[in-house]
Design a protein around this ligand. Structure first.
Ligand code: PBG
Length: 326
């Protein structure tokens, strides 16, 4: 029967060239940020079993990886420091000779203006109890005492030369305190990428191994609850009012609706964190031959872009650039 169906969307899918031409969403290397871990006192990079292909860097291997990130045209790197010793107050975070602070200086010296250098601003890597802040005598994470430390931590990162600090502890008021601390010490040029809508998630599992976390229990009294979308938008608005330059939704895949709602609601750039567990699931299934790794990782990143992310933090950043070039 001629003339039916009248509408044939398949015409635009017939050839690779047609599909490329009508693609609604694009992914560029400059939209990708590579999270990297650096271990104090490490003499060789150490593999992270639950994140195949990701390592805890030495100071030297971190610099080399940062240089490769410049070569790949990535947008930036997000640095996590792993101290040799931890204490209840996370004091390694404030020490100018502490691992994260020296790593920031190392990477900034290595990459110059080649990419944006960002630092995860949180206490969980530095505290012996593994929480994102200091505890009061009842074991409750003490919001306001933690804020004071975050302000000082921001100054340490700024002194080390960071471009953007990224507070990830979900303390109330953290963005405002950090903004004021930076401005008071003539670091008005240092920006804030806020982990704004951050959910208590099982998908952070492999990250615990990546940062040698000693956390007992969970983060449910400060990270958000899975059922809440509007609350994610509200947290994001609050962060912007407090001075966030870029906001972030985390994790990405189980929260694409939150990402979309945030993108609709605000005018600042929106980032999403394709987290450790999202990485590990694909890598593990691919190792078993159950999923096509490259197709799955590109599909993942494209879906996060399509949902509204302008910037994606992903352990696949270097792989993605290779695949985009191919
Ligand atoms: C906190 C922080 C975490 C991640 C990034 N920053 C852990 C947490 O909040 O529990 C997780 C990243 C990932 O899983 O890839 N410093």
């Amino acid at each position: 029967m001629s003339g039916f169906p009248e509408v044939r969307p398949r015409r635009l899918r017939r050839t690779p060239a047609l599909r490329r031409m009508v693609a609604e969403t694009a992914l560029r290397p400059s939209q990708l940020v590579l999270p990297m871990f650096v271990g104090e006192g490490l003499t060789e990079p150490r593999e992270i079993a639950s994140m195949p292909g990701v390592v805890q860097h030495t100071r030297d291997s971190l610099k080399r990886a940062a240089a490769e990130a410049v070569g790949a045209g990535l947008g930036g790197v997000m640095l996590f420091g792993l101290p040799e010793t931890k204490d209840a107050e996370g004091s390694g975070a404030l020490d100018p000779a502490g691992i994260l602070n020296v790593a920031i200086t190392d990477v900034v010296a290595e990459v110059g203006d080649g990419l944006t250098v960002m630092s995860d601003l949180c206490l969980d890597e530095f505290t012996d109890h593994g929480h994102c802040g200091v505890l009061d005598p009842d074991g409750w994470v003490d919001n306001d005492r933690t804020l004071e430390i975050y302000g000082q931590m921001a100054l340490a990162h700024a002194a080390a030369g960071v471009d953007l600090v990224a507070p990830s502890g979900m303390m109330d008021g953290q963005v405002g305190v950090i903004r004021r601390a930076l401005d008071a010490e003539e670091h008005a040029g240092v920006g804030i990428l806020a982990y704004s809508a951050k959910y208590a998630s099982a998908f952070f599992g492999p990250f615990r191994e990546a940062v040698n976390s000693s956390l007992v229990g969970d983060r449910r009294t400060y990270q958000q609850d899975t059922p809440n979308r509007l609350e994610g938008v509200r947290e994001t608005r609050l962060d912007i009012e407090e001075g966030a330059d870029i906001v972030m939704v985390k994790p990405a895949l189980a929260y694409l609706d939150v990402l979309h709602a945030v993108r609709q609601a605000v005018e600042v750039p929106v980032a999403a964190y394709n987290v450790s567990g999202e990485y590990a699931m694909v890598e593990a299934a691919a190792q078993r031959g159950w999923i096509d790794r490259e197709t799955a990782l590109m599909e993942t990143l494209m879906s996060i872009r399509r949902a509204g992310a302008d910037i994606i933090l992903t352990y696949w950043a270097m792989d993605a650039v290779r695949l985009l070039d191919a």
